[in-house]
Design a protein around this ligand. Sequence first.
Ligand SMILES: [Zn+2]
Length: 208
Amino acid sequence: MAADAALHAHEAWMRLALREAERAFGMTGDNPWVGCVIVSPRGELLGRGHTLGPGDHHAEIAAARDAHERGHGIVGATLYSTLEPCSFHGRTPACSRSIVERGIARVVIGMRDPHPRVNGAGTLILRQAGVEVIEGVCEPDVRRQLGAWVLEQHPDDALGRAQALPEQQRVARLAEIYGVDCRTMEAFFAAHPRCLDRHQRPAAPPSA
Ligand SMILES: [Zn+2]
């Protein structure tokens, strides 16, 4: 029962992070619209944030700065992020390293970042630094919220799922998984015919 209550609390905070992410729609360039909240060990909201423009803060850092501006320390706190914190220094420093440096004790994520350079690498950095990581909280909701970004930026994620589905179910099932309409999903498959072939076809035997 205690575990159920804890999961329930995690889901409630993740739903707040999902609402925070809505504020980033259309403002993030090719970055995902991520939402984040930071919560004290006593269950108080310390800070909230969402992804800002390209090259500007990611959601995790925006939330940490929000907490700081409100005068709250975040050492020992729990950070909820709809997407796995990034693991490499791109236009901004890696959030997973920044989270470790800020002394966050626990990170709860909705879904892993399908970016091939992240996809588990962010959670690994956190775990290796002794941060507790809980994954997959409200994952279906997060995937639907980020669906259009995944389809645009990481089509292999959807093409891999398509491979595992009977052909006649692909459009409807993936539209549901990624929170888009069937017409969008049909357009996606029309735009990636070769990729789908590559996923479908067994490797060609060596000639000669
Ligand atoms: Zn980041």
